[in-house]
Ligand binder design. Structure first.
Ligand code: FPP
Length: 253
């Protein structure tokens, strides 16, 4: 963690107890816009600014992986105008951030059914994925056209096909094997999940991967989510005791 540009609160975080992977459900863009009597798309635009700030915060503090739920499989059912606006925003983000990601040693990844994205967005995505593939600083993972249940079904189908072909015995199927068939193959499970806007649910996000994550729900609407609150949540995370289903060491006897 480089402490020169950090606020005192961020510099006070224990670098040994940072979450390695933070996942965020960025919720509340629509309500933010409605409160200000603006079109929902304005909320998403402001949300894109909050994305940039969250990425910078992770980079400055030294978080290794940040996964953002940017578009769910269910989001395709939103009005056409809103879907188009979200796709346009994503494309703009990729164009405007490509150089910044490259310069800041950030590697972009995606999880989800990205083949469902419009051609122009897919091309922009491919370009940035390829441009940043050698970076080894922050891993930024965008969940796009992502759904946790369909991810698991996809993985199970792959495993069933291998069993059917006789390449795999059912007895050898374990957690490591299934994890390796998910979109997140090679990415460690999130340690901390944050959801903004006060909703207390997972909405089909990383259902397998969040098994042992710490959860933090905040009433803040995503466009208002900034560095200060992010740092407070990280400080709160550092106070938690993670037991992964086991008992405290002092209660073990
Ligand atoms: C949820 O708010 C947010 C989304 C469905 C999309 C998230 C998109 C962004 C933050 C901006 C673009 C992203 C990138 C990566 C550039 P909502 O619309 O469900 O809000 P509501 O629940 O208040 O209606």
């Amino acid at each position: 963690m480089s402490s020169d540009s950090l606020s005192p609160e961020a510099a006070a975080l224990d670098p040994e107890r940072l979450p390695r992977h933070v996942a965020i459900i960025m919720d509340g863009n629509g309500r933010w816009a409605k409160k200000k009597l603006l079109n929902r798309v304005k909320g998403h635009e402001k949300g894109a600014d909050a994305v940039r700030e969250a990425v910078n915060t992770c980079r400055e503090i030294g978080i290794s992986y940040l996964t953002l739920y940017a578009f769910s499989t269910e989001n395709w059912q939103r009005p056409r105008m809103e879907v188009d606006a979200l796709m346009a925003l994503l494309k703009k983000f990729l164009h405007t951030q490509a150089e910044e990601l490259r310069a800041n040693n950030i590697r972009l990844h995606t999880i989800g059914e990205t083949d469902r994205l419009p051609d122009d967005v897919r091309q922009a995505l491919e370009h940035v994925l390829s441009q940043t593939r050698h970076n080894d600083g922050l891993h930024l993972i965008l969940a796009l056209s992502y759904g946790g249940r369909s991810e698991i079904i996809h993985a199970v189908r792959g495993i069933a096909t291998e069993v059917e072909a006789g390449r795999l015995s059912p007895n050898t199927i374990d957690e490591t094997l299934l994890s390796g068939k998910l979109f997140t193959c090679g990415i460690p499970d999130p340690d901390l999940l944050i959801r903004t806007s006060g909703e207390l649910r997972l909405s089909n996000f990383l259902l397998w991967q969040l098994a042992y994550a710490e959860f933090h729900f905040t009433p803040t609407l995503w466009p208002d989510f900034g560095k200060e609150e992010f740092v407070r949540i990280l400080a709160d995370y550092q106070q938690r005791e993670r037991r992964f289903g086991q008992v405290d060491s002092d209660q073990a006897t």
